[in-house]
Design a binder for this molecule. Structure first.
Ligand code: ISE
Length: 356
């Protein structure tokens, strides 16, 4: 039978996931949504229930929420959604500050969860999540580092792992958003945006990041006072490799994510191919997607489909709670480096001891 999915947090990403589960993902059914903004949840539930063929607002009230026929119901309290009998699995797309409590609720109720990044707000609470899951003896948490599912990143990983180019020495990354909300402060640039490159570097190199330095040039004039945008970070890895990333969340032009891997016998770049490239009259160029939902649509689709398939088998199939914790530990050191401007060693627990 279909996996009955509940989505907690239906802002930009949660609404996108809810729609994906309702319309595109096979073997899954969207049954409930929850949001701090009740009106937003109701509008979405009504819209997706219509698509599902149910009559909005037509029938019974389930406990704790408005019901839309056999469609999607709204549950006010996210913890109640997580506990609900008719919710088999949860997608967490609430703000990062709400994740820890909601993840513990998922573990308590034995509910598989696809948790958007960041796992939690700091390394200590992320490690508690890893330990609590480990105690259960079953992996229930997958973290939303969806780049691993992007066909371009997957092809790059395959190429690097094949050894064809020799050992990979350096990664250069560019991560630009067209604009970010004024509430997207310097810390969020590290914890919510740079965290993707943190995961990409760990994943492509198969090694932990041991030190991070966050440099901040004089900021663009187009952000509020005090926001350090762009940021340039350098990650040093346990295998001796180095990765750098420019994160610029108010680039103005469009959404752009590039990654170049430099290896002993060549380099490989991804992120150039989106849009239509033209060459004419001594010019070349193309179009740029406006945001990450467009650029990474396939990655999100594949991520959620594979999560649903694996969850129905009782497994996870993607970045684990440990990956979320390791990224949180790097970001925590990154925040320290952001304010000091100096390199900061990453304090990472011993994996063998925690998961042994
Ligand atoms: C956002 O939260 C994402 O996850 C996007 O992938 C990233 O590009 C963006 O910078 C974040 O704000």
């Amino acid at each position: 039978s279909d996996l009955r999915v509940g989505v907690v947090g239906v802002g930009v990403m949660g609404a996108d996931h809810a729609e994906r589960v309702a319309r595109k993902t096979s073997g899954a059914r969207l049954v409930a949504v929850s949001d701090a903004d009740q009106g937003r949840a109701e509008t979405l539930a009504a819209r997706l229930s219509e698509r599902l063929g149910a009559e909005p607002g037509s029938t019974a009230r389930h406990s704790g929420g408005m019901a839309y026929g056999d469609g999607v119901r709204v549950v006010e309290d996210p913890l109640e959604l997580i506990a609900a009998d008719d919710v088999d699995a949860v997608i967490l797309a609430s703000p990062g500050s709400a994740h820890a409590e909601q993840l513990f609720a998922c573990l308590d109720h034995g509910k598989p969860v696809l948790c958007e990044k960041p796992l939690t707000m700091d390394a200590a609470s992320s490690l508690q999540v890893v330990e609590a899951e480990h105690k259960l003896g079953r992996q229930l948490i997958q973290v939303g580092f969806m780049r691993r599912f992007d066909p371009e990143y997957a092809a790059l990983k395959q190429l690097l792992d094949s050894g064809e180019l020799g050992r990979t020495l350096v990664l250069h990354n560019v991560h630009r958003n067209k604009t970010a909300a004024p509430s997207f402060r310097s810390e969020m640039i590290v914890r919510d945006s740079m965290v993707h490159e943190v995961d990409v570097a760990r994943w492509l190199f198969g090694a932990e990041i041991t030190r991070i330095t966050v440099h901040t040039p004089k900021p663009t004039s187009l952000v509020a006072d005090g926001v350090r945008d762009p940021q340039l970070a350098v990650f040093e890895l346990a295998n001796g490799a180095i990765a750098d990333v420019e994160v610029f969340v108010n680039f103005q032009v469009g959404y752009e994510v590039r990654c170049e891997a430099v290896a002993e016998r060549g380099s490989a770049t991804i992120g150039l191919g989106s849009g239509v490239f033209t060459r004419a009259g001594e010019h070349w160029g193309g179009t740029m997607p406006a945001d990450f939902r467009i650029r990474f649509e396939q990655a999100y689709d594949i991520e959620v489909q594979r999560w649903v398939d694996a969850t129905r088998r009782g497994e996870i199939d993607g970045p684990s709670a440990w990956d979320g914790y390791a990224a949180a530990a790097v970001c925590e050191a990154g925040l320290e480096s952001l304010s000091s401007g100096t390199p900061v060693d990453v304090a990472l627990a011993d994996r063998g001891k925690v998961l042994g």
